[in-house]
Design a protein around this ligand. Structure first.
Ligand code: KIV
Length: 290
C-alpha cells in the first residue's frame, strides 16, 4: 500500500507552509502499514507506554508513533508488584482514555495474563473487547510459536496483532525470573518464534531482553518491524515504560533503561513546596482568592 494517501500529506505538528519533511513526520495518523514502510525505508520509530489522558496527549504531541497501554499498568498504576494480576476490566478503561486522547499515535491494547492463552477463541473475544470498548487500534500478546493459532484467529477476524517474544513477563514464573533469552544455543528459539508470529499474521513483534546480535539477525530476516526493549539498537523501533524512562519510578532499573528526566524529584519538590506553603499560610495568596 502507498504511504501517500491524502490523510498523510500534511507535516505533523508543523506551522502552515512548512515543507513536508521526509519520514514519519508527514503521517497524520499512524497505521500498521506505515511501520512496515518505515522499516523498508530504514527509518526507526518509537513506542512508549501510556495509561492515561494527559501522558497520551503529551507523547502524541512529541511524535511517538505507538502508545502501548501495557499490562505494566499493573505495577505502574494499579499498585501491584508484577504484571500478572491486572485484569481485562481494569485495562479497558485505561485503553479507552489513551485512544480518546491521541490524534496520531497507533494505540496498542495489551492482553493481560490469562485472557488469551486458553484458546484462539478466548483470545479473539478478549481482543475484540479491547477494540470495541477500549478503542484500541490493535492488540499485543506474549508468546511465539505457541501463540500462532491465536494470532491467526485474531488477524482473520480483523484485529491487527503485535507479538512479544524473548523475555515475556507474563511467563516470569515459567522462565525462572527476569533473564535474557536467546543466549547461546537458545538464539534459534528466538528466530523460530519471530518467524512463527510473522507467518501467523502479526504486523510487528516486540523483542524483550534478547542479545543485540540475535535481535539484529531477527530484524534482518523479518519483513515485519521489530521493536526492541533490551534488545540493542538494530531493531526497527524501541519501546520503554514511560515511568522508567522519565524517572517517575526510581530504584534499581534494568540495564536497558535510559532515564531521560527525573520527574520523581520534580514532583517531590513541588509537593513539598505546596505542603510548606499550606502550612505556613502563604498559599492561597490574595491572587488565588476571590
Ligand atoms: O506492558 C508493557 O509495558 C510491555 C512492554 C515492556 C513492552 O509489554
Amino acid at each position: 500500500m502507498s504511504s501517500s494517501t491524502p490523510e498523510e500529506t500534511a507535516p505533523y505538528g508543523a506551522p502552515a507552509g512548512t515543507p513536508a519533511p521526509a519520514g514519519s513526520a508527514t503521517i497524520k495518523r499512524i497505521r500498521t502499514h506505515h511501520l512496515r514502510e518505515m522499516k523498508q525505508r530504514g527509518e526507526r520509530f518509537s513506542m512508549l507506554t501510556s495509561y492515561d489522558q494527559l501522558t497520551a496527549q503529551i507523547f502524541d504531541e512529541a511524535g511517538i508513533e505507538i502508545l502501548l497501554v501495557g499490562d505494566s499498568a499493573s505495577n505502574n498504576v494499579l499498585g501491584n508488584t508484577t504484571s500478572l494480576p491486572v485484569t481485562v476490566d481494569e485495562l479497558i478503561p485505561l485503553t479507552r482514555a489513551v485512544s480518546r486522547s491521541v490524534t496520531r499515535a497507533l494505540v496498542v491494547g495489551d492482553l493481560p495474563f490469562g485472557s488469551y492463552q486458553a484458546s484462539p477463541e478466548q483470545g479473539y473475544l478478549t481482543a475484540a473487547r479491547f477494540m470495541k470498548e477500549g478503542g484500541a487500534h490493535c492488540v499485543k500478546l506474549e508468546g511465539g510459536v505457541e501463540m500462532a493459532p491465536q494470532i491467526e484467529r485474531m488477524t482473520r477476524g480483523g484485529i491487527p496483532v503485535m507479538a512479544h517474544i524473548g523475555f515475556t513477563p507474563q511467563s516470569e514464573h515459567t522462565l525462572g525470573g527476569y533473564r535474557v533469552q536467546g543466549r547461546g544455543d537458545t538464539a534459534d528459539r528466538v528466530l523460530r518464534d519471530a518467524l512463527a508470529v510473522q507467518d501467523a499474521g502479526a504486523f510487528s513483534v516486540v523483542m524483550e531482553m534478547v542479545p543485540g546480535d540475535v535481535a539484529a539477525e531477527v530484524t534482518a530476516k523479518l519483513e515485519i518491524p521489530t521493536i526492541g526493549i533490551g534488545a540493542g539498537n538494530r531493531c526497527d523501533g524501541q519501546v520503554l515504560v514511560w515511568q522508567d524512562a522519565f524517572g517517575l519510578r526510581t530504584g534499581k532499573m534494568p540495564r536497558f533503561v535510559k532515564q531521560y528526566a527525573d520527574l520523581r524529584t520534580v514532583l517531590l519538590d513541588a509537593a513539598r513546596s505546596y505542603d510548606a506553603e499550606v502550612k505556613d499560610g502563604s498559599f492561597p495568596a490574595p491572587e488565588h482568592t476571590f
